[in-house]
Every structure is written in C-alpha cells, then in structure tokens.
Write a protein that binds this ligand. Structure first.
Ligand code: SAM
Ligand code: SF4
Length: 333
C-alpha cells in the first residue's frame, strides 16, 4: 500500500504521457509553448507499463488515469492502455484529454480497454475558445466528445475552467449544453499552476461564483452522495435530478484531507501532490540496470518513501506558498 503519515492511502495513479500539447490554454501554457522534455528523458512505453505494473501489483493502485500535456499526442497510447488493461488485478483506466483527435481514436481506445474519458472544454463560443486556447479547434473537441460517447467511454465527463473576462458568464450555457448531450460537467477552480505565473487569487472565479451563476437558471441541491469521499467534486442534482453537475473547489474548498492520488510525470518522477516541490526519481532506478527483481524492490521502496513524505495539504493558504517549478502541463493534471 501507499500510505502517508496523515492517514491517507493512494489508490489513484495519474500518469503523464507527455508534456507536449497542441493547445495553449492561457491558464496552463504560454503562447510560445515550453521547453519540452528531450525524447531520452521521457519514459518509453515499456517503462510506463512497468511502473504501472509495479504500482498495481505491489502498491495497491486501483485506478490509473493517463494525462499530460496532451496524452493523445503520444503515439503508443492505445498500446499502453491495452497492456495496462491486461494487468491483474485490472485497474480502472481513464484518460484526461483536450479531445483533439479523439474522434479518430475513441473506438480503438475503447477496444484496448479504456473505461472512461474526461474531456476539457471551457467554452462553446468559437471566438472565446480561440482566445482561451490560442487555437481554433472547437469543432475537433466537439467531435471528440461525440465519438467518446458513441464508443461507450461513459459517463463522458467535461472539465471546465472559468476565466474572468473570457468565459465567466458561460456556466449556465455550458450546463444546459451538457445536460442536453448527457455529458457530466464539472467546473474546476483555476489553480496557480500556469507557467507564466499569471494566477491571482482575487481574480479567480470561485466555486461559490460558479454555483451562484448556475442558480440563475437551474435549481441545485446536494447530490446526497454523502461526503465527497476522495472525489474532489462536490456534486449537485440539477433541477431535481437525476442529472448532476460537479464543482471542484481546489483552491477555496480543498479536499486534501481525503486525497488518494499519486502522480508520475512523463520523465518518471513521482509527485505526491500537484503542489509538491519535491519529486522522487523512478526513472533513474528503472534505468540503473540492476536486474528486474532488484529494480522492482527499489521502485517499491522509493515510491513508499515518497508517499510517507506527502504533505497534509497543498499549502496554498500559507504565506510561504510558492508555486511548483513545473507547470500543470509538465506535472500531469
Ligand atoms: N491536455 C489535457 C486536457 O487539457 O484535458 C490533459 C492535461 S490538462 C493539464 C488537465 C486538466 O487540467 C484540464 O482539465 C485543464 O483544464 C486543467 N488545468 C490546466 N491548468 C489548470 C490550472 N491552472 N488550474 C486549474 N485547472 C487547470
Ligand atoms: Fe494543453 Fe491541457 Fe494545458 Fe490546455 S490544459 S494547454 S489542453 S495540457
């Protein structure tokens, strides 16, 4: 098991497959992109599958989510999913993507064993999409979403971030659209994880703002799924249900006490939190050439040790808070 000293156990592994992306969302990346990892630094498909195997068979991981950067840019994605789906015990496998290219790959991903998908979409207005992502790809995302649903990657979840002055008036329209298409919408508060360090607490759209905006058009009542458990989203029944909307108040309503996550970056570093400043190098252990048995034991030891050092919270509210050096796209959101 991956247990920390604050009573939490990680069962949910987020694996970043690449730090590269074909969008440039303003809350994530600068217009010119970033200095990408060199190919030799990025874990190979075999290395990723090996680390996931160890996590699943030795460390109690039950859920694996592939993310990035944009995971659909990874050529070996379908093969990686297929190999992870063959592990015993088989983990649940999901993908967080911007949806570009999903229209083509959704059936193959489903056939390989992908269970679910989260597609990030912040606006339905083409000109706002272009301003937010600096690319004109809204039709590709909408096609990807439809293909995911058709392929049975359900429930299809949609993640939206609201940005002041861009799409902060769009929450009710997004919800009406999501209800219409049977997508499960979740709003996520903007976090200080952009490479440009442009986040301002006094400028951000909070969970309360989102709820107030939605209530101008819908009735919302707590979905009654008890406390949030380890799920970060507070879920609400819309107009009496059964459809729901989620709001993830990562900044104003943090869920750190119930966090069940551990993260692996595309270059093989374990991070215990999005906001961690420390990383544990599993790639070096993998590549040290110690033979399979010793390598596996070393990785188990390193991962457990990293987990024991997991901080109780994000530290966002501490005066000493400093944004991590890696931006969201390089950590894996
Ligand atoms: N490229 C894929 C995508 O956009 O879904 C996967 C990686 S992306 C980093 C994962 C999620 O993080 C997306 O839903 C995105 O909206 C969210 N995200 C990125 N930067 C963020 C920030 N500063 N605050 C909150 N969410 C952010
Ligand atoms: Fe790319 Fe996802 Fe970051 Fe947008 S949020 S720039 S799609 S990695």
């Amino acid at each position: 098991m991956l247990s920390d000293t604050h009573g939490r156990t990680a069962t949910d592994l987020r694996v970043s497959l690449t730090d590269r992306c074909n969008l440039r969302c303003t809350y994530c990346m600068p217009e010119e992109g970033l200095a990408w990892l060199a190919k030799s630094e990025v874990l190979t498909d075999d290395e990723i599958v090996e680390l996931v195997r160890i996590a699943v068979t030795r460390l109690g991981i039950t859920d694996v989510r592939f993310t990035g950067g944009e995971p659909l840019l990874r050529p070996g994605l379908v093969g990686i999913v297929a190999r992870v789906a063959e592990l015993a015990p088989r983990p649940r496998i999901s993908l967080t993507t911007n949806g570009i290219g999903l229209a083509r790959t959704a059936p193959a991903l489903r056939a390989a064993g992908l269970d679910r998908v989260n597609v990030s979409l912040d606006t339905l207005r083409p000109e706002v999409f272009k301003a937010l992502t600096r690319r004109n790809r809204l039709p590709d995302v909408l096609a990807g979403l439809a293909a995911a649903r058709a392929a049975g990657l359900t429930p299809v979840k949609v993640n939206a971030v609201l940005m002041p002055g861009l799409n902060d008036d769009e929450a009710p329209d997004l919800l009406a659209w999501a209800l219409d298409h049977d997508y499960e919408l979740r709003f996520i508060e903007q976090m200080p994880l952009d490479a440009q360090h442009g986040w301002r607490r006094d400028g951000m759209i909070t969970a309360s703002d989102v709820l107030a905006s939605l209530r101008t058009r819908f009735t919302l009542e707590p979905a009654g799924d008890g406390d949030r458990g380890s799920a970060p989203a507070e879920r609400w029944l819309v107009n009496g249900g059964p459809q729901r909307v989620g709001v993830i108040g990562s900044v104003t309503r943090p869920f750190c006490a119930a966090c069940d996550r551990t993260r692996l970056t595309a270059d093989g570093q374990v991070r215990t939190c999005l906001f961690a400043r420390e990383e544990t190098d599993l790639r070096a252990a993998l590549r040290a050439g110690h033979g399979p048995q010793r390598t596996e034991e070393e990785i188990v030891r390193l991962w457990r040790r990293a987990m024991r050092g997991k901080a109780p919270g994000s530290g966002l509210d501490a005066p000493s808070f400093r944004q991590p050096d890696r931006p969201m796209s390089a950590i894996g959101g």
